[in-house]
Design a protein around this ligand. Structure first.
Ligand code: FES
Ligand SMILES: [Fe+2]
Length: 387
């Protein structure tokens, strides 16, 4: 968002605060409780949402230099994404053509000498374009193979508005404009191209990936679940909702927003008074706050187990060990709030869902983000057959 859009958004939020209300949908949504527990539905979600649907990977600044790579296997297909020397991206199925080991040494790093991957199992090597360029003992051990056909299998990867998406299914391609649904313009200006990647925290949770996502899309719970943390900084149950294709973006006012009434508009620093929860269907939230942003990517493991990657992106690299430590402490503090407050409670919600009692889960008119996620899930997964 550009300065004038941020100012307009802050004015909208000041109006919501003055009227003590929030964006509302037309009606309350009811979900069948089995949507969170049904094994057949879970398998369809894994297939249609995590194998056949483009996945948000990260902002462009995750891979700033030639040879930078990012690897993950949480969709079920091991994926390797690599920045090329011409600045473009390529993605591959991260399975060595010899006997199938993944090629990455870490989740995130730079290729060997910036230009090749060497398999940790028997040393087959590939260049950044995925071509097989080296087979140790190959002249004797692997006579008669066609090396030109044994490169890494390519995946469709695309980058726009500072966001990287990949299609896990090698048989499929995608249209990035359709996937973004216009949210790229909304998010431009938040620095997705030039921030500094501090790192990621991986948290396993013993509940549905959808329950995990639900916690991010509403501000209704702040004063009850986060009285000593988030609710000391932001209003509860006040947010402005906007829809972009299957995605959405919600802004929320800081408690101090009315200070702006005594400041001339030309001097406003709107990002200090608003934060943004941006949902990228199906499993990602990009949280923009103050001078930086974070991503939360959630993946299903089983109907009652999921994993979340919480990544931190700063406006610049820390300039000293002390500054790095300050940022690391802040990062840990935010993660701790989610783990102890949100996940601690949601863990108990999941126990209730598993009780096997027929009932409805209710999503209020004041929870448009939660409603949107489930509406989009229904749309992609129609018809839903619940066991
Ligand atoms: S599995 Fe990669 S070299 Fe053997
Ligand atoms: Fe929360």
């Amino acid at each position: 968002m550009q300065q004038q859009q941020l100012i307009d958004e802050v004015k909208t939020l000041m109006d919501l605060v003055a009227r003590n209300t929030t964006s509302l949908t037309d009606s309350v949504m009811e979900l069948d409780v089995r949507e969170y527990t049904d094994a057949a539905l879970f398998n369809r979600e894994k297939l249609e949402l995590f194998r056949n649907y483009p996945q948000f990977v990260g902002p462009s600044c995750l891979l700033p230099a030639a040879g930078d790579y990012f690897a993950f296997d949480d969709t079920g297909v091991p994926i390797l994404i690599v920045r090329q020397s011409d600045g473009s991206l390529r993605a591959f199925v991260n399975i060595c053509s010899h006997r199938g080991a993944p090629l990455n040494e870490c989740e995130h790093g730079n290729a060997r000498k910036g230009r090749m991957f060497s398999c940790p199992y028997h040393g087959w090597s590939y260049d950044l374009e995925g071509k097989l360029i080296g087979v140790p003992f190959g002249n004797e051990g692997f006579t008669g193979i066609d090396r030109s056909a044994l490169g890494l299998r390519p995946l469709d990867v695309q980058e726009k508005h500072g966001m990287i998406f990949v299609m896990p299914n090698p048989e499929k391609t995608f249209n990035i404009d359709e996937v973004l649904g216009g949210i790229g313009e909304r998010l431009s200006g938040f620095g997705f191209e030039d921030h500094y990647y501090l790192g990621a925290k991986k948290v396993y949770t013993d509940f549905s990936w959808k329950l995990n996502m639900d916690t991010f899309h509403e501000y209704y719970h702040f004063e009850f679940l986060h009285p000593q943390s988030i609710a000391t900084m932001a209003y509860s149950n006040i947010a402005n909702y906007r829809q972009y294709g299957r995605n959405h973006s919600m802004s929320s006012p800081a408690l101090a927003i009315n200070e702006l009434k005594s400041v001339p508009e030309a001097q406003w620093r709107p990002r200090e008074y608003s934060s943004y929860v941006n949902y990228i269907f199906p499993n990602t939230v990009i949280f923009v706050v103050a001078d930086h942003f974070q991503t939360w990517r959630v993946y299903p493991i089983a109907p009652d187990r999921s994993v979340v990657y919480h990544s931190m992106f700063l406006p610049h690299a820390p300039e000293s060990p002390e500054e790095r430590e300050q940022y690391e402490n802040y990062f840990q503090m935010i993660n701790d709030v989610a783990v102890t407050e949100d996940y601690g409670l949601v863990d108990k919600v999941h126990r209730g869902l598993q009780a096997g009692l027929a009932r409805k889960v209710l999503i209020g008119r004041n929870e448009p983000g939660v409603q949107n996620m489930h509406r989009q899930l229904h749309d992609v997964l129609q018809p839903m057959v619940l066991g």
